[in-house]
Design a protein around this ligand. Structure first.
Ligand code: URP
Ligand code: ZN
Ligand code: ZN
Length: 320
């Protein structure tokens, strides 16, 4: 059995005023304990500067004890960003760039920026990736929840329902088609999003869909736990969905509509999560998984007869 490759992690990620609690050493230790021997982390620009972000991530990764690679996030658009993308591809071997369609006021890009980024990826032969949620819709959903007096962790999934993930997934897929570039949709969490990936793939468009371990194995019931500490552990975006979505994601992985399993490993400790005790919008978004992914995929997919051992190897390490 080859070591697993987790294509989506966030070690030591500055996010929502905090920093994810695993660094490259502790996160990789967890990964190795669970049978994963390589991961691809998302380097974030520093104040919009991609080169500075890449260098910051190289520094974080100095404490590594296993193989790793980087995707690079693009959070705004200008000539410097375009030049840095070229430098990263040609000099640093980066060949995938993530665009956030949510996290308004922080990481989110506009459609105009998305189109420019997709065009540059196409020119460079790099793969664009999207976090697909409608960021304006999320803000509206959050405002609605607060107005209704819903401030606990259950407000998180209620404020960003599957329709917002489906809409953004459809939009990204269509813009990728418009630009004529392949597209990789990270953390597909809902039936609404996977239906869009499925439709595009059946039409012959080159779209890759990535489920994550939490989405495959869990439903949103824990987000309703009366103990804040427990419920907050399950806050991630897009949210872990109501019962039924995970089974659909498993079926899509089994039939090849979705291709490879990641984790989106981005844990915050209970002190960090407690920042949102009285307002779910302040709970740092992210869950663990880098240690558990190989076992979860084995349990949910192989033990239940949904995929073969050969497919298990493909979805946990060799597919790309
Ligand atoms: O909740 C999440 N997913 N946190 C990490 C950042 C991201 O969107 O991938
Ligand atoms: Zn994301
Ligand atoms: Zn992520």
């Amino acid at each position: 059995m080859p070591g697993g490759i987790d294509p989506h992690t966030h070690m030591e990620m500055p996010f929502m005023g905090q920093e994810s609690i695993d660094d490259f050493f502790s996160g990789q230790g967890a990964a190795l304990a669970g049978g994963t021997t390589m991961h691809i982390d998302f380097a974030l620009p520093v104040d919009g500067d991609l080169a500075a972000g890449y260098q910051a991530w190289e520094k974080k990764a100095e404490k590594s004890c296993m193989d790793y690679g980087f995707h690079m996030a693009v959070t705004k658009w200008n000539d410097d960003v375009a030049k840095d993308m070229e430098w990263l591809v040609k000099e640093k071997g980066i060949n995938s760039f993530k665009f956030f369609m949510a996290y308004k006021g922080a990481l989110m890009v506009t459609d105009e920026e998305l189109i420019q980024g997709f065009k540059k990826c196409k020119e460079l032969g790099a793969l664009p990736q999207v976090h697909a949620e409608n960021g304006d819709g999320v803000v509206e959903g959050q405002t609605r929840m607060i107005e209704l007096g819903i401030t606990g962790p259950e407000g998180h999934p209620l404020s960003r329902p599957p329709v917002l993930e489906g809409e953004a997934t459809a939009r990204a897929i269509r813009l990728a088609k418009f630009v004529n570039t392949p597209l990789y949709v990270v953390h597909v969490m809902s039936i609404d999003a996977l239906d869009e990936v499925s439709r595009a793939r059946h039409s012959g468009q080159r779209v890759i869909g990535e489920p994550v371990a939490s989405g495959l194995a869990l439903d949103d019931s824990k987000l309703w736990d009366p103990d804040f500490k427990i419920a907050a552990q399950y806050v991630m975006s897009p949210p872990i969905r109501a019962a039924g979505h995970s089974q659909a994601l498993q079926a899509a992985l089994s039939s090849g509509v979705l291709q490879l399993v990641a984790t989106d490993h981005c844990p915050f400790n209970s002190t960090q999560k407690a920042l949102g005790k009285y307002d779910f919008r302040k709970i740092p978004n992210g869950v663990n998984g880098v240690e558990e992914r190989m076992h979860i995929v084995w349990d949910t997919m192989v033990n239940s007869g949904k995929i073969s051992v050969m497919d298990y190897v493909r979805v946990t390490s060799t597919a790309w």
